[in-house]
Design a protein around this ligand. Structure first.
Ligand code: HEC
Length: 238
């Protein structure tokens, strides 16, 4: 008897596609130069860590495209190095389309969370106010932090502080940084604040967690990118 499959064929995960399809052409045509830095261009095919290396190059610049064909990796063409031949192009494109789709589908758990108004993503100091966020509705209650580049394409949030106002005490749980870019909304993968439950009494301010978070999904190459903070719980504590 022939039974209909009720579930869809599992789609090969991007890492498997990379290893089975894309790695060989990349290694054979590109690694000679790109396993090591080329001038100001950092290595993006580190030997033995090709997948990690190519997906994290310049905070994911190769993945920051709507489709693989628009990625810098496939757009580069002939330069000091060669262009891909057709078979190589198709192999890399197949992996990269799966990789981009996978990353975009990794929707953050932001749907039911409290979110502060987002701000343009930039290096510097931020003040995010709870003025328009129920149940706080008090613009003197704020979350402040500084954002600066850290090593290895990471960005560091420091001096992360929650300030109550003279009239409002606030309680927050599990703050999470996220980014809005042209293609997607991505929660940062840093989970160091997941355990944070912090109450700040009226008139005072407190450091959130250790006050520092390393962000790894920062779409810094997108000039229109915005940064936001979501919370699992935001409550008035008085
Ligand atoms: C003979 C050495 C050499 C080989 C082989 C080589 N490249 Fe390059 N590649 C360079 C140099 C040098 C640069 C930096 C200058 C530039 O951007 O053109 C570069 C830059 C790049 C960049 C820009 C990266 C960035 O961060 O801006 C991409 C993308 C790239 N190469 C892709 C490839 C691909 C794909 C292959 C294999 C098909 C390849 N390269 C093979 C020398 C090489």
């Amino acid at each position: 008897m022939c039974s209909q499959r009720s579930e869809q064929e599992p789609v090969a995960d991007p890492i498997t596609l990379f290893e089975s399809l894309a790695k060989q052409p990349l290694v054979s045509s590109c690694s000679l130069c790109h396993s090591v830095p080329q001038g100001t261009v950092g290595a993006f095919l580190a030997i033995g860590a090709e997948y990690q290396s190519i997906t994290s190059h310049r905070i994911g610049v190769f993945l920051n495209a709507a489709t693989a064909a628009q990625s810098l990796l496939l757009q580069k063409g002939a330069h000091i190095g060669p262009a891909f031949n057709t078979a190589q192009y198709i192999a890399v494109q197949t992996w990269l389309d799966a990789e981009i789709a996978f990353r975009n589908s990794r929707k953050p758990e932001l749907t039911n969370s409290y979110r502060l108004p987002t701000a343009p993503l930039a290096i510097g100091d931020f003040t995010m106010r709870f003025g328009s966020l129920a149940p706080i509705n008090d613009a003197q209650v704020s979350l402040t932090f500084s954002l600066a580049p850290a090593k290895d394409d990471l960005y560091r949030v420091s001096q992360l502080k929650l300030a109550a106002s003279p009239n409002t005490s606030i309680f927050i749980k599990s703050p999470k940084f996220y980014f809005i870019s042209a293609n997607s909304t991505i929660a940062d993968s840093a989970n160091s604040l997941d355990m944070v439950e912090l109450g700040v009494e009226a008139g005072s301010s407190m450091t959130v967690g250790s006050g520092t978070v390393l962000l790894s999904n920062t779409p810094i190459n997108d000039p229109n990118a915005r940064i936001g903070v979501a919370f699992q719980i935001v409550k008035r504590a008085n």
